[in-house]
Design a protein around this ligand. Structure first.
Ligand code: SF4
Length: 282
């Protein structure tokens, strides 16, 4: 039996085009090599499930959503039409590295920002990963266009050395003035079971606690976020699967449309037909 978990159940759409980075901790790179990438299939699935009331958040991720601006606009246009048809606004977020765009694409992108309401951007800037092909300047233009920006950094290695501590402090010192908040995310490959996630003994969160004021926890079983400094700095533990088993009940927290248009109950490949998902939840 399927039940809705978190109140802001997310529908996560993987765009059918890849990013150019090669982060060692990337969990989706293999999908872009094996899936048959198809925007029309992604849109077809989106159209079948978008009106499920339980979906409060829609997240466009990748790959790299800004890697093909024309196709991104096609997807945003589709979401806009579906929202108008349903008379319902869902929260819309985009995960991106903000790659450098051509002058023409940059203009189209800024125009799209003014046309479609996007509630926030999660911008990847992982410590130790080369983001020189990305565009910090465009972030300033996005801020001017009223965008809410969160910088997202994956912590894939943490030995607690003085160099690592300095890198994190420098990162916070730089980004706290250039974005709305900063989210450190624990490498999903290191995410453990639920009980471990509830404990505050993670060495990275303990380090943050040595110089940032702890504000509390989101209480969400899936994100397990801890907040510091008026929630401007987060530590996001995540967990290995967003589908949580409780007896014979499967608790849904994130439904995924893969780059080939197939629909999944989590990030681990539990596929479901759009009609069956609609029957199970509203
Ligand atoms: S930027 Fe994101 S999608 Fe691209 S390789 Fe890194 S983790 Fe993967």
């Amino acid at each position: 039996m399927l039940k809705v978990g978190r109140s802001n159940l997310a529908l996560t759409i993987f765009v059918p085009w890849d990013c150019k980075n090669k982060c060692t901790f990337c969990t989706v790179k293999k999908d872009y090599k094996t899936f048959k990438l198809s925007l029309s299939e992604v849109i077809s699935t989106l159209e079948q499930v978008f009106d499920i009331d339980s979906f409060k958040d829609v997240v466009i991720t990748g790959g790299e959503p800004l890697g093909d601006i024309d196709k991104l606009i096609e997807l945003l246009d589709c979401i806009d039409s579906l929202q108008k048809k349903a008379h319902r606004k869902k929260n819309l977020y985009i995960n991106t590295t903000i790659p450098k765009l051509s002058e023409e694409d940059e203009k189209k992108f800024i125009e799209a920002l003014l046309r479609y309401h996007i509630d926030g951007f999660n911008v990847s800037r992982h410590i130790g990963v080369d983001f020189t092909t990305c565009d910090n300047d465009l972030m300033y233009d996005m801020k001017k266009a009223g965008c809410r920006l969160r910088v997202n950094s994956v912590i894939s290695k943490w030995d607690g050395t003085e160099d690592e501590k300095k890198a994190v402090k420098d990162f916070i010192a730089f980004w706290r003035f250039h974005c709305d908040d900063i989210s450190f995310r624990w490498d999903y490959r290191k995410a453990k079971d639920m009980n471990t996630l509830k404990s505050l003994d993670n060495p990275f969160v303990q380090f943050l606690n040595t110089f940032l004021e702890y504000e509390g926890s989101s209480g969400c079983l899936v994100c397990n976020d801890d907040y510091f400094e008026n929630a401007r700095i987060h530590f996001h533990r995540g967990c290995s699967s967003t589908l949580i088993k409780f007896g014979d009940i499967d608790i849904l927290n994130d439904v995924v449309i893969s780059p080939d248009g197939s629909l999944h109950l989590d990030w681990e490949g539990h596929e479901i037909e759009p009609g069956k998902l609609k029957e199970a939840i509203r």
